[in-house]
Design a protein around this ligand. Structure first.
Ligand SMILES: C[S@@+](CC[C@H](N)C(=O)[O-])C[C@H]1O[C@@H](n2cnc3c(N)ncnc32)[C@H](O)[C@@H]1O
Length: 174
């Protein structure tokens, strides 16, 4: 495995979690094994010949609305970024760019840090710890789902209305 590549079996396992997805984007794609998980790729390094040469913090060249799954494997630290000869990313800025994904799309983010994200744009559906072997850093997989803020606002409003109604009934019962 090359420096920073996905651990063996990772792509196969993640693919099994999402059998219904139709278009996948590998973000920070490096030398990802597309035979294990087909999809389009984005990397800032043109030598790697990604589908899109772009900065994950803006993704201006990527038609994000066409993808229903994003696999992200960012550099985890300044030292890792140095290795790739890039500057360290701002995770929250990447998550902001990913708000252009369609509702229901998932983001599978492998990292040592939970990125900051807007709770009205993404729902955290799962967190999975990953221990590769002794003397290696722990990593975590966070699975986000692009959510509809309007729906969550409606659910919150309905919950409030129900609580108000119950309170009124309690008062009537007094
Ligand atoms: C951890 S590696 C990904 C390894 C990949 N999962 C694999 O299996 O080979 C990180 C990759 O992110 C790319 N990268 C770093 N900063 C970036 C940025 N701002 N936008 C897009 N790609 C970036 C690097 O060029 C590098 O290829």
């Amino acid at each position: 495995m090359d420096y920073g590549g996905y651990p063996a079996g990772y792509l196969r396992r993640i693919r099994a979690l999402f059998p219904d997805k139709t278009r996948t984007l590998h973000l920070f794609s490096g030398q990802v094994d597309l035979s294990a998980f087909p999809g389009d790729t984005v990397d800032i390094n043109s030598d790697l010949k990604p589908t899109y040469i772009d900065d994950a913090q803006t993704l201006t060249r990527v038609p994000l609305e066409q993808y229903d799954l994003v696999l992200a494997d960012p550099p985890y630290s300044i030292e890792d970024a140095d290795h790739y000869q890039t500057t360290m990313i701002k995770r929250n800025v990447v998550m902001r760019a990913l708000q252009r994904l369609p509702l229901g799309a998932h983001v599978v983010w492998l990292d040592q840090v939970l990125p900051m994200y807007r709770k009205d744009a993404f729902e955290q559906e799962a967190a999975i710890g990953m221990w590769k072997s002794t003397n290696h850093r722990f990593r975590g997989i966070t699975i986000f789902k692009r959510r509809d803020a309007a729906v969550s606002t409606n659910v919150a409003a309905a919950t409030r209305r129900r609580a108000d109604r119950n309170q009124e009934l309690d008062l009537v019962g007094d």
